[in-house]
Design a protein around this ligand. Structure first.
Ligand code: ADP
Ligand code: MG
Length: 477
């Protein structure tokens, strides 16, 4: 039997506001437990939530970026359940009338084709607190710092047909919310968490199969592994005569497996109802328009602009627009006078490699885009060869100054004087009669040997194009 994979994702992005969604407490990460939980977050009786306007604007930004339907009115609802890290006994979320309605996002498949993934909705809600088990014997600690942190839950249609598509979609949402500046994207700190729903059905069948939901996955690698495990598990189960039960499962990264947590609850288990403490949110067109005006250039737009404006391949344009800081770095390098394609290469390969090797972030790069641009200009105008440029790159990296001063101080200027190169070539030819004989006898590979000798004699400073031309002329005499 051929099985088809069906996946839908619910992604919780933590919004990058200063304070919580319904209180003035800070949402900064890493504070002492309960140092950032005020009486609203603690669920004291009689307190009232006040909606954080910044969270609404961020949700709207996201909505505009996926061309979503944005209703004039949205409603906050209480989602009732009991858990120690939820002191009010309900989470404020949205149920009917979410702030962001239907939209879509286009992903790139591995074969280069594209696919549109439907987004059902995105709603605002508050995060719960955290239960801590590690430091407490026979007890649990409760940390309510996270309680009330604003989240935007982005729910996709079950439109993904492979694990690769699901990971590509999750990455693209991540890239988008970080570009928009509405989420810091820090997955280790839990700012971006994925619930993955997966089912299988026989190829050609239209009805959806029963799904399981994998909760709280906080890395793309884990997402891929958890889905792989779950897909195998469901296929094995069904092929051996069993049935998938609808349930919530937990991915255990240490064991690389998923385990049942609880049977899946239905919406009506939560007794959703509109929160009487909060007014409906009304969005007028002027507000939406002003947010639209303030939207940054989005990843897809930037990518196609890079391809057309700088003549880059789709692949390079994609790499350079992965993040805004990287795209900005690239554009500043070009603005400093460097050739666009050469800049693309140096930014992705040389600079990217050096940052990787040293574990530095782009923002910590010891080489500024202006310095890199200054270096690349000297390759373009033939002052130095690409090979020497790598030496200069390292020198700039270790703080020796700008390209021009390093080239000067180290005497790295390329020898372009044909007479001087010719003299060196004559000497190389005179010193290696045997190789000359072999070359003339047909062993043309030896050209590399001669080039190498000339380069050695000039410490790499001869213009390689010149050297090749003159050498060939003389050897073929
Ligand atoms: P719930 O109300 O239980 O959260 P939803 O209908 O809102 O369920 O769906 C939650 C997520 O599960 C959505 O992202 C949706 O695309 C996905 N999903 C729904 N049914 C299936 C299915 N049969 N297989 C895979 N994913 C599914
Ligand atoms: Mg859900």
């Amino acid at each position: 039997m051929q099985w088809e994979t069906v996946i839908g994702l619910e992604i919780h992005t933590q919004l990058a506001t200063q304070s919580k969604i319904f209180s003035g407490a800070s949402i900064a990460y890493g504070a002492e437990p309960n140092a950032q939980a005020c009486i609203v977050d603690l669920g004291f009786p009689g307190v009232l939530p006040v909606l954080n306007e910044a969270a609404v604007d961020m949700a709207l930004k996201f909505g505009l970026s996926i061309n979503a339907e944005i209703g004039e009115r949205s409603i906050f609802a209480r989602k009732n359940y009991f858990y120690p890290d939820l002191p009010k006994g309900y989470q404020i979320s949205q149920f009917e009338l979410p702030i962001v309605g239907k939209g879509s996002l286009t992903i790139d498949r591995e074969d280069g084709s594209q696919k549109v993934i439907g987004i059902t909705r995105a709603h605002l809600e508050e995060d719960a607190g955290k239960s801590l088990h590690e430091d407490f014997h026979g007890m649990s600690g409760i940390d309510l710092n996270r309680a009330g942190t604003p989240l935007l839950e982005i729910v996709s249609e079950p439109d993904m047909r492979s694990i690769k598509e699901a990971v590509a979609y999750a990455r693209k949402i991540h890239q988008l919310v970080v570009y928009l500046g509405i989420c810091d994207g820090n997955m280790q700190e839990g700012s971006f968490r994925v619930d993955a729903n997966l089912s299988i059905r026989p190829k050609g069948e239209e009805a959806l199969g029963t799904r399981t939901e994998l909760k709280n996955i906080n890395s793309f690698r884990f997402l891929e592994r958890a889905l792989n495990y779950e897909l195998e598990r469901q296929i094995d189960l069904v092929e051996s005569g069993g049935q998938v039960v609808q349930e919530t499962r937990l991915y255990d990264a240490d064991k690389d497996e998923t385990r049942s947590m609880r049977s899946k609850e239905e919406a009506n288990d939560y007794r959703y109802f509109p929160d009487p403490d909060l007014l409906p949110v009304e969005i007028d067109s002027a507000r939406l328009e002003s947010i639209r005006q303030g939207m940054p250039e989005l990843p897809d737009e930037k990518r196609s602009r890079f391809a057309s404006e700088y003549g880059l391949s789709a692949e390079d344009a994609g790499k350079l627009t992965l993040s805004r800081p990287l795209a900005d770095y690239y554009e500043s390098t070009v603005a400093a006078g460097a050739e666009p394609k050469m800049s693309a290469n140096w930014v992705t390969v040389e600079l990217g490699g050096a940052l990787n090797k040293t574990g530095l972030e782009l923002s910590e790069s010891p080489i500024s885009p202006e310095q890199l641009g200054g270096l690349l200009k000297r390759i373009a105008d033939n002052t130095i060869s690409g090979k020497i440029a790598k030496q200069v790159f390292e020198a700039i990296w270790s703080g020796e100054g700008d390209a021009d001063s390093i080239i000067e101080a180290r005497g790295l200027k390329q020898i372009t004087d044909t007479g001087a190169i010719e003299a060196i070539i004559d000497k190389v030819i005179a010193d290696n009669p045997k190789q000359v004989e072999q070359f003339k006898g047909g062993k043309e590979k030896l050209l590399g040997f001669f080039v190498g000798q000339v380069m050695k004699a000039t410490q790499g400073k001869a213009n390689p194009g010149e050297v090749n031309k003159i050498l060939l002329g003389k050897l073929k005499d």
